[in-house]
Design a protein around this ligand. Sequence first.
Ligand code: NAP
Length: 294
Amino acid sequence: MQIEMSITGKTRLLGIIGNPVEHSISPQLHNTLSKELGVDLAYVPFKVEYGNLEKAINGLKAVNVIGFNVTIPYKEEMARLVDELSEEARLIGAVNTVKSADGKLYGYNTDAEGFSRSFKQETGTGFEDKNIAIVGAGGAARAIAVKIALEGARQIHIINRTFSKAYELAKLIGENPGQTIEAVESGNPRINDILAGSDIIVNTTSIGMHPDKDGYPLGNFLDFSGRQIVYDVIYNPAKTKLLMEAEKRGSKIVNGLGMLLFQGMYAYEIWTGLKIPSDLAGEIQSLFINYLKK
Ligand code: NAP
């Protein structure tokens, strides 16, 4: 027998609050990071029942956690409960990362940066001067749209089943000089031309996510060319029907696992003040690709 030393009286706590939390891979991600970086932190899941969010965050503050992640269904409510919001979290209207320091809670949204880092690392290009179509107008779309607008996309089309949500999102982002942003309702006959003329297509809807493996978010559009990069925020399955069709027709494809991992690594950097080296980020990605195949 050996004394288990991975958690001692000096270990500080991180965690994730949400409901459900059982499916989350954040504990594995953050505990792997702490082990690799030699940081004395433990990350655990906290399932919080509806109506208990304020009690839960007061408890976490009281036990002096370093910070925590926030997942469904509390990201929007958390934006109203923190003491200070980062600019991106304010624009997105949702908090997925909280840092606790000096008796205050600081709210961040790392989905946007996670998407941006993943996209650049996996495609070797960015958003400047690009024509980008975002399908969906929910939480993930807000984070992505805000980011690509800030990073200089030339044209952004937000395509959504519920037009009012696409319109609200387009309005929220506003247009920077030299940029156009347009909301489009799913089913609009112009959509095929919009998608064909896009450099980047991002699916942010849950269409195609397990168990809906035959779900396809682009209606009858199949006119991909090698010019388009197709990014699906879904990572289960690793290749959605959208990614399979796009790949068959010569497009570069990327799934959402990188976004998930990079948003987590960025949160870890916020909590610890450390910069995760790019070779470690790459190793983490390969490790989790294999882990999720099992
Ligand atoms: P959300 O806020 O509920 O938004 C869902 C979006 O999908 C809305 O635009 C909704 O359209 C659309 N949608 C859903 N079902 C549809 C259907 N049957 N037909 C047409 N449109 C449909 O959800 P979210 O938080 O943005 O999450 C969306 C997806 O992104 C999920 O699969 C989630 O797992 C994934 N995600 C991944 C990451 C990552 O790190 N990879 C991060 C965040 C989210 P309406 O507005 O018309 O309802």
